[in-house]
Design a protein around this ligand. Structure first.
Ligand code: PMP
Length: 382
């Protein structure tokens, strides 16, 4: 099987697996227990992982809390801010191309009386600064904008957008869902003035069931409080109760360390494969159209329309040898609202699919895929 659906999930890096084993075997202590060695070992391992993630993002270790996934981080941030700061205002701004875990949380909050503005994006799927600034109101409490899109790979100018919002009103919180960009795009939280960020382990060759949330400290090192999603034992400084998933946290830390150390070679590999992919595609299937922006994009995510070729038929015809996708695994039964937002009609959307590359495949895999794709396209063209 040649796996080309890395935006959905990834194989776990063998070094990550190795780092996790001791915490599934002899090092099973609860990091919240006190004084004895087993507990201290678990606590130290969690702290080490927190520092590994902080180094990758260039933030402080105690600006990070561990969650179960990016869906949880997004829910936690949006609901947490809305509820904690409800007296400041009830207006939230987001975009039409967010992941469902942001969009459906916003819809939930609308049901509670909050007002949400869903920004349009341009033909590349990018938020325009002027649209965002026009949408700001006196009662806006939060702006949430995806860093890089999971279906088309377009990257937003998060630094500029955050600076403009803060320039208008520094009390408006800025959150970004960075799930798809970690390890593929430089994220330096020392220079990007956002307050919250979400990420997920399994998108960066770590395990499933672990995510993190960055919460920027305020002046004088004070924590920014928001309403917790999970109440209980006060773990994670009361932000997120529940016994920590130590093995998963260790795995996320190791994945972050590898992502930082191998960032350049990883990006180089993905870009090289992408170039081969696009060259081969153009040669074999010249009618193929690439959606999104080819300039400022997440390396390795390629969204393609082949007019007259149904995406489901293509995916099914290739399924025994290749894993590719129509788009987000989290909204698999609906036509892509992301492609719709960048102007594709329903015919074109039904003829579109996503390829997402990863570090475990090579140029022969890519060539093999294009060869097979070409055969399927010829068989299923209408
Ligand atoms: N945000 C984005 C942009 C994603 O691509 C995904 C995963 N498809 C998520 C959030 C949710 O991540 P998780 O699977 O960790 O909940």
């Amino acid at each position: 099987m040649i796996y080309l659906d890395s935006s959905a999930t990834n194989p776990v890096d063998p070094r990550v697996k190795e780092s996790m084993w001791p915490f599934l075997e002899e090092e099973f202590g609860n990091p919240s227990s006190k004084y004895y060695t087993l507990a201290e070992n678990a606590k130290n391992a969690v702290q080490n992982a927190r520092e590994q993630v902080a180094l990758l993002l260039n933030c402080l270790a105690d600006e990070l809390i561990f969650t179960s996934c990016a869906t949880e981080s997004n829910n936690f941030v949006l609901k947490g801010i809305a509820h904690y700061y409800r007296d400041r205002g009830k207006h939230i701004i987001t975009t039409k191309v967010e992941h469902k875990s942001v969009l459906e949380t916003c819809e939930f909050l609308e049901g509670e009386g909050y007002e949400v503005t869903y920004l349009n994006v341009n033909e590349y799927g990018r938020v325009e600064e002027s649209e965002l600034l026009n949408a700001l109101r006196q009662d806006t409490i939060l702006v949430s904008i995806i860093w890089g899109n999971n279906e088309i790979g377009t990257i937003n100018h998060i630094e500029e957008l955050a600076k403009s919002v803060k320039g208008k009103n520094k009390d408006i919180f800025f959150h970004s869902d960075a799930t798809q960009v970690i390890g593929k795009v430089k994220v330096d939280l020392n220079s990007v003035p956002i307050d919250f960020l979400s990420l997920s382990g399994h998108k960066m060759y770590g395990p499933k069931g672990i995510g993190a949330c960055f919460i920027r400290k305020r002046e004088l090192g004070l924590r920014t409080r928001i309403t917790p999603l999970l109440h209980g034992g006060s773990q994670e400084d009361g932000y997120r109760s529940g016994t920590l998933s130590v093995h998963n946290i260790v795995g996320l830390g190791k994945a972050a360390e590898i992502a930082r150390e191998e960032f350049d070679s990883h990006v180089h590999h993905l870009k090289e494969l992408e170039k081969i992919f696009l060259d081969e595609l153009e040669k074999s299937i010249p009618s193929a159209i690439i959606n999104g922006d080819m300039k400022k994009k997440i390396p390795g995510i390629i969204n393609i329309t082949i007019p007259g070729v149904n995406n489901e038929l293509i995916i099914r015809s290739l399924k025994d040898k290749f894993a590719i996708s129509t788009g987000s695994a989290c909204s698999i039964n609906e036509p892509s609202y992301v492609l719709s937002a960048i102007g594709l009609n329903s015919f074109m959307i039904r003829n579109s699919f996503r390829i997402s590359l990863n570090k475990f495949i090579d140029k022969n895999d890519v060539k093999e895929f294009i060869k097979n794709l070409n055969i399927s396209v010829r068989a299923y063209s209408i």
